[in-house]
Design a protein around this ligand. Structure first.
Ligand code: F6P
Length: 409
């Protein structure tokens, strides 16, 4: 007699919502492979929650080759919110429920940040839809309750799929920018994504950024004066007379003209979860450096670079480890939860049973804890260096250090 697989006849559907990361396809591939092995038919829902509105937009992933190294998401993404929000007043959860029934979806896995997974949690709480959340964000600010062992003590940090790949891109970009910056003896202000948290901005330090500003530490009037002093000091003490400063896009910056703390937006239009789009603070800071210190400065927005390109090895293994935990949740029939890493571990230890499952709603905006940033030096601390070294390896910096003999005529 043919032995049926455990979930034969059942359907698991996957969707991805919110900003993409280079690790989403890898997550989809890992979840799909495991779900297929358990006997599920596996569907992909296109464009996040949007793919469950109207008549639905659903594809079959069960036996299709899937390239998890290619970044972004093959299932496409959107910031659609099924529930009423700031820009969308309509409750569309009934459409979602109808489509879950029409497509005969038994389990829904939502790859997302706090918005997408928060909405999934609501579907679970209000209507009992079996959902499992899967974390993702390059900002690395979901509360994954991951612990970092540093100097004999445990510290709560964050580890989200997508962060490692984004970090590699920022590290490489920062390392490259020195060549142009040094050639012109400039100060360059490199803007890095991160609305509310500086986790990703710190990765520029691994490419040689000498100073950093993060959203967690507000740049008040007084702090701004102190910042300019430090900028001058660091620039003048560098024999190359150049300086790379990394700033988070969401840095809270004192505006002299308005006598107010501000964030700089590329557009004030809100998405369906109520977020405006950041962009431009690097230009503002560079022009103020120019004006106040008389040193030539430029802004550089890294924009979508950390979200682009391939999925790096750490994220490959992380997504596969977390997908193993999804299997565990499926086997236990535990829903409304999200797999996470319990500890920060180096690449080689990722698959050694360090996972856990946490409640998947309201895990947003976990800031960089104070010991990970040195206020006085405007720089990330040794503790942060230890944290990130586990994930992306040692800092890297190309050097051009020739001392040319001066010619006396
Ligand atoms: O997903 C988070 C994020 O990467 C933020 O850092 C950034 O502000 C936002 O996405 C930009 O998203 P988009 O322009 O794609 O809507």
């Amino acid at each position: 007699m043919k032995k049926e697989r455990l979930f034969a006849g059942k359907t698991l559907a996957i969707l991805s919502g919110g900003g993409d990361t280079p690790a989403i396809n890898s997550s989809i591939e890992a979840i799909r492979n495991r779900a297929s092995m358990l006997g599920f038919k596996v569907y992909g829902i296109l464009r996040g929650w949007k793919g469950l509105l109207g008549n639905g937009d659903v594809v079959d992933l069960t036996n299709i080759p899937y390239n998890g190294i290619y970044g972004g998401t093959g299932l496409l993404s959107s910031r659609t919110n099924p529930f009423p929000g700031k820009t969308n007043k309509e409750d569309r959860s009934d459409q979602i429920l109808r489509n879950i029934e029409r497509y005969k979806i038994d389990v829904l896995v939502t790859i997302g940040g706090d918005d997408t997974n928060g909405a999934a949690k609501e579907m679970y709480k209000r209507f009992g839809i079996p959902v499992i959340g899967f974390p993702k964000t390059i900002d690395n600010d979901l509360r994954t309750r991951t612990m970092h062992l540093y100097q004999g003590k445990q510290h709560e940090v964050v580890l989200c799929p997508g962060f490692a790949s984004g970090a590699m891109q920022i590290k490489k970009l920062a390392a490259k920018l020195h060549t142009t910056n040094e050639s012109h003896q400039r100060i360059m202000v490199l803007e890095v994504m991160g609305r509310d948290a500086g986790w990703l901005t710190g990765t520029a330090m691994f490419g040689g950024a000498q100073m950093a500003l993060i959203p967690e530490v507000v740049v008040t009037k007084e702090r701004k004066d102190f910042f300019f002093e430090k900028v001058k000091e660091n620039y003048m003490s560098n024999p190359k007379r150049s300086l790379l400063i990394a700033v988070s896009e969401g840095v809270r910056w004192y505006n002299d003209d308005k006598d107010a703390i501000e964030m700089v937006y590329a557009s004030s239009d809100l998405d369906e979860y109520g977020h405006p789009r950041f962009g431009g603070v690097s230009g503002v800071i560079a022009s103020e450096i120019n004006k106040k210190l008389g040193i030539e400065a430029r802004g550089q927005i890294s924009g979508y670079i950390p979200r682009s390109g391939k999925c790096y090895e750490y994220d490959r293994r992380l997504t596969s480890t977390l997908a193993d935990k999804v299997v565990d949740l499926l086997l236990r029939g535990e829903y409304g939860k999200m797999p996470v890493m319990r500890n920060i571990v180096p690449y080689c230890e990722l698959e050694e049973f360090h996972t856990d499952a946490i409640e998947m709603g309201n895990v947003g905006n976990f800031p960089l804890p104070a010991p990970y940033y040195n206020h006085n030096e405007f720089q990330f601390s040794e503790q942060y260096v230890d944290f990130l070294t586990n994930i992306i390896g040692e800092p890297y910096r190309m050097e051009f250090n020739h001392q040319f003999p001066v010619v006396i005529p």
